[in-house]
Design a protein around this ligand. Structure first.
Ligand SMILES: Cc1cc2nc3c(=O)[nH]c(=O)nc-3n(C[C@H](O)[C@H](O)[C@H](O)COP(=O)(O)O)c2cc1C
Length: 216
């Protein structure tokens, strides 16, 4: 979750048995290395980095691999040769897709798991299909590559529903914690917006895709 991750937050998620993520897609190279090292100091468990493909990522990816990051997650475009480079560096690759076709291409590129991001997701939204319709379509398209559901999964019931549709797990933003660093601290006291029904504003953003955030 760009802008809201931190070494403390990522390490806390990994230490709790999840996969903590650092969003480093637009961080200066020295910050990429520093954030990874700070996270490594707080957890011995695997964690991942997210690189948004709107920006060139060769240099950031190289630093992540030098630092031995276990998982690299790509979003907002096709990763192509970056997936190959990540594998050569020993990392597992996740790729977020907003359609079954995009998921198919990412799987052919060699992604180890696909994040099927539905229309309900917060932040930047790449597709226009609802999560519970997208997940089985992506599962059918990329099997046996595992699929993680994202978008509107606010509790265990949502996770169970996604898994009933073939997902291997879920990726979401609801485990907000004391370690979470947000530009809006009041987000800490709010439940996931999907747990209360509608509560979003949607606008176009770069590349004419959609950005979504919780309504105040
Ligand atoms: C504020 C915010 C920022 C986000 N930034 C990123 C990002 O930088 N990279 C990325 O791959 N996904 C990003 N996402 C999307 C999440 O990875 C995920 O797809 C989404 O949060 C799941 O849906 P949910 O918000 O309904 O839980 C962001 C989401 C939010 C809410």
């Amino acid at each position: 979750m760009g802008g809201a991750t931190s070494p403390q937050f990522a390490a806390a998620v990994s230490n709790a048995g999840g996969l903590g993520m650092l969003a480093l897609g637009w961080s200066p190279p020295e910050a990429v290395r520093a954030e990874i090292r700070a996270t490594k100091a707080l957890t011995e468990r695997p964690f991942g980095v997210n690189l948004v493909l709107t920006y060139p990522q060769e240099e950031r990816l190289a630093i992540c691999l030098e630092e031995g990051v276990a998982v690299v997650s790509f979003f907002w475009g096709q990763a192509g040769s970056l997936t190959v480079a990540a594998h050569r560096g020993g990392a597992t690759v996740l790729h977020t897709a907003g359609s079954a076709e995009q998921a198919r291409i990412s799987a052919e590129d060699g992604a180890d798991a696909i994040v099927a991001q539905g229309w309900e997701a917060g932040g930047h939204v790449y597709g226009r299909v609802a999560t519970m319709a997208l997940v089985p379509a992506v599962v059918d398209q990329v099997a046996p590559v595992p699929v993680l559901a994202a978008g509107g999964i606010a509790d265990g019931r949502g996770l169970a529903a996604a898994m009933a549709l073939g997902a291997a797990g879920a990726l979401d933003r609801y485990p907000l914690s004391r370690e979470h660093r947000s530009s809006n601290p009041s987000a800490l006291s709010r439940p996931h917006p999907h747990s209360q029904g509608d509560g979003h504003r949607i606008r176009d953003c770069f590349q004419r895709r959609l950005a979504r955030r919780s309504a105040p």
